[in-house]
Design a protein around this ligand. Structure first.
Ligand code: NAG
Ligand code: NAG
Ligand code: NAG
Ligand code: NAG
Ligand code: NAG
Ligand code: NAG
Ligand code: NAG
Ligand code: NAG
Ligand code: NAG
Length: 446
């Protein structure tokens, strides 16, 4: 996960895919910033977040992609949220990637939490200056709004370098209707450079990796991906692999889990990269913490092996060895490991969220630090919410008394249909109380 980017030269074929629905934010860059790098169109994060300081240029090093040179930092608020509204909306699956590069010029690196909506995602720790660290989530969303929040936990000001969202096919990574936190990464065995858009049209960041006791093998032919490639792993990722140097050896890959309680699943991708003679056969067993999966016959058509759920271990070891019948040593092309995210709290219903965001922009209510979801994890200042509806969190009261409001009463308030109490007193609002407020059945106080 700790990565140092090796720059792949911008190449001419970079615009093959239309980047439909990509959101690519260069955090902390001046408002109006707009440029294309490696085929991806970046914009400033201005307009996606209310808080933070943008005047933080770190490591103005030409070695880094441009999006890594500036960041936004958050010295003031506890919660700081980006609100993304992807074109495809709710009930879709998205890849969300948050990137962090710490300059290291301002004392010890801060430590802070990352949330997706009201759900804890991970804790960001990076003690090495100028060392890019990223976190990726395969997020299944039930709302049109995706809030990515940085939370100050008292160990320094949160910061962020870039934030990216990519729409995935809904069929990809279908797992118990859960969001999946990719850790330790999308691993591309036998490769020597990072691979992303547009080798991968979904712009997953495939890390090159080699293992002790193994050598890289590859094919110059295209690997036939076939019907088993539900996750749409790129052919280029599948065309490299590792195999033990000692033909009787095994492939062994271990990592520490972030949290012993986490539930995790493995997606293991296998494909033959050598031309086999008729008497040759490559068949493997895969052991995850000692538990056998297989045997699997490796073919030029790739296989995707999705493991069952594992939990309760502080570390995981994957061993791949050949079966007694196999004439060739084991192979491993690519691997993804995911932690299953828990949903402990539903978000505010979209209609209420849209109405309150609209009200916020009508009155320019920046001082209240209304960020992220209006009701979760806690209600914004001046709001009360009802959490006991079946899966529906609604706003039930709004108090904007003495907030210096000017102009007319915001029409968006009419969409807060569960509102029981509204206090707009001691403001400078003009006009009569609009008719629509009288239509709210439950409204008690004005
Ligand atoms: C940005 O920071 C530098 C150094 O801290 C300071 O000299 C400069 O005035 C700042 N610029 C703005 C626009 O705040
Ligand atoms: C690969 O898959 C295709 C389509 O499913 C099939 O026609 C072909 O026979 C397979 N090849 C091998 C070597 O299994
Ligand atoms: C493969 O590895 C497993 C787990 O380490 C081991 O139990 C098994 O005996 C090995 N099989 C062969 C054929 O080496
Ligand atoms: C080895 O192959 C033979 C014939 O294909 C099969 O009957 C046997 O079950 C296989 N043994 C193992 C351990 O896979
Ligand atoms: C909250 O919602 C539940 C279920 O819709 C409803 O029964 C209850 O009266 C509501 N509570 C308040 C305070 O509005
Ligand atoms: C969230 O909403 C769904 C229905 O949309 C419901 O089944 C689920 O129990 C709710 N979860 C929580 C934690 O309230
Ligand atoms: C709204 O808040 C003000 C203080 O901020 C308080 O005096 C007033 O009673 C509140 N209104 C309602 C309806 O609770
Ligand atoms: C109220 O919600 C509807 C859809 O639910 C939307 O079309 C409309 O624009 C909203 N009204 C306001 C004033 O935001
Ligand atoms: C209230 O609004 C009126 C008309 O928009 C304006 O003339 C007046 O200065 C405002 N008063 C305050 C205290 O903002």
């Amino acid at each position: 996960m700790g990565i140092l980017f090796s720059l792949v030269l911008l190449h001419a074929a970079a615009m093959i895919y239309a980047q439909d629905g990509f959101i690519s934010l260069d955090c902390g860059s001046p408002p109006g910033t707009k440029y294309t790098e490696k085929g991806v169109n970046y914009v400033s994060d201005d307009g996606f977040i209310d808080s933070g300081a943008t005047n933080d240029t770190i490591h103005p090093n030409n070695y880094f992609p441009r999006a890594y040179r500036s960041h936004r930092s958050f010295p003031e608020n506890e919660w700081n949220c980006y609100t993304l509204r992807p074109q495809k909306g709710k009930n879709n699956r998205y890849l969300i990637r948050a990137m962090f590069v710490y300059g290291g010029d301002k004392g010890p690196a801060p430590l802070f939490d990352l949330y997706i909506g009201a759900e804890y995602w991970t804790t960001h720790i990076n003690s090495k200056p100028a060392n890019p660290i990223y976190y990726e989530l395969i997020h299944l969303t039930s709302s049109d709004y995706i809030n990515v929040c940085l939370v100050n936990t008292g160990d320094g000001s949160p910061y962020i370098t870039s934030l990216e969202l990519r729409p995935l096919d809904i069929t990809m990574y279908e797992y118990q209707k859960k969001s999946l936190f990719c850790f330790p990464g999308h691993l591309n065995f036998g490769a020597d450079v990072f691979m992303r858009y547009d080798d991968d049209k979904y712009d997953r960041l495939w890390e090159p990796i080699s293992l002790e006791g193994c050598k890289a093998v590859q094919t110059s032919d295209r690997v036939t991906l076939g019907p088993n490639n539900v996750e749409q792993v790129p052919s280029k990722v599948m065309s490299t692999a590792i195999t033990p140097i000692n033909s009787k050896g095994s492939i062994v890959f271990s990592f520490e889990s972030l949290n012993t309680a986490d539930e995790c699943i493995f997606y293991i991708y296998l494909a033959e990269v050598q031309k086999l003679e008729t008497n040759q056969k490559r068949e493997v067993n895969i052991y995850i913490n000692g538990k056998r999966n297989g045997p699997f016959l490796v073919s030029t058509n790739m296989s995707t092996i999705r493991s069952e759920t594992y939990s309760g271990s502080s570390s995981y070891t994957l061993i791949i060895n050949n079966t007694l019948n196999s004439t060739l040593p084991p192979i491993l092309n690519a691997l993804e490991v995911f932690n299953l995210m828990q949903v402990r709290q539903n978000q505010t219903v979209d209609k209420d969220a849209a109405a309150i965001w609209s009200t916020k922009s009508t009155y320019g209510l920046l001082k209240l630090n209304w960020q992220g979801d209006p009701c979760v994890p806690q209600a914004w200042v001046g709001l009360n919410c009802n959490y006991s509806g079946q899966g529906a969190v609604n706003i039930i009261s709004l108090n904007l008394s003495s907030r210096g409001l000017n102009g007319e009463i915001a029409t968006a308030l009419a969409n807060l249909t569960m509102l029981e109490s509204l206090d707009l007193s001691y403001n400078n609002l003009t006009g009569n109380v609009p008719e629509f407020l009288g239509q709210l059945d439950n409204l008690k106080i004005l």
